[in-house]
Design a protein around this ligand. Structure first.
Ligand code: FE2
Length: 191
């Protein structure tokens, strides 16, 4: 990713967090990713780690309309994905789907707002502000902003972005290579 794209993403996310009264830590470590796919408006996510402890983690995330986090699961991490502002579209699968656009092969039994729901595999469902879904390892998932912009929360067990994410697309890399085309304006978690 170009540094200018990263700076702009952090600027947009900052403005949106402020709009919805989410105060960031004093020295936020930003994490901006295009998942190595080179199309940030389509596949991208802007994150700040609010808490990263050996036992638990909290993240605050931002996505623009349609901006998608590609299909993945986790080896160990259990996470709640929470819509904090806007509307969040998600799709889940009970096991590894053949393709990211697979719809209708079974259903996933996942807690939505703490109550188990049967969700058809790969069919979009929506969370409004305040709602959450609980995902355990082995449940594959993808999410995207279904509103102009979306503030997304993640509360989870220990986070290990280097080793715990399993993406369906083998070309995906969690941290992009940065091309320095302008000055650094926001400190990244990893350069
Ligand atoms: Fe996830």
């Amino acid at each position: 990713m170009k540094r200018s794209e990263i700076n702009e993403a952090c600027l947009r996310a900052s403005a949106c967090f402020k709009k919805f009264c989410w105060a960031l830590p004093p020295s936020p470590k930003w994490d901006v990713t295009d998942f190595g796919l080179g199309n940030f408006p389509r596949f991208g996510l802007t994150l700040v780690n609010l808490a990263a402890e050996p036992e638990y983690c909290e993240k605050l995330m931002y996505a623009r309309a349609g901006q998608t986090t590609p299909c993945h699961t986790h080896k160990k991490k259990k996470e709640d994905i929470i819509c904090r502002a806007g509307t969040l579209a998600l799709r889940v699968w009970p096991g590894r789907p053949e393709r990211e656009d697979c719809v209708g092969a079974g259903e996933a039994l996942v807690p939505v707002d703490g109550a188990f729901s049967r969700i058809p595999a790969g069919r979009p469902f929506f969370l409004e502000a305040g709602q959450r879904v609980t995902l355990v390892p082995g449940v594959w998932h993808t999410f995207a902003s279904a509103s102009r912009e979306c503030v997304i929360g993640e509360v989870s067990t220990a986070n290990d972005d280097l080793n715990d994410n399993v993406f369906l697309n083998p070309d995906i890399g969690r941290f992009p290579v940065v091309e320095e085309d302008e000055a650094i304006k926001f400190q990244l978690l990893r350069k």
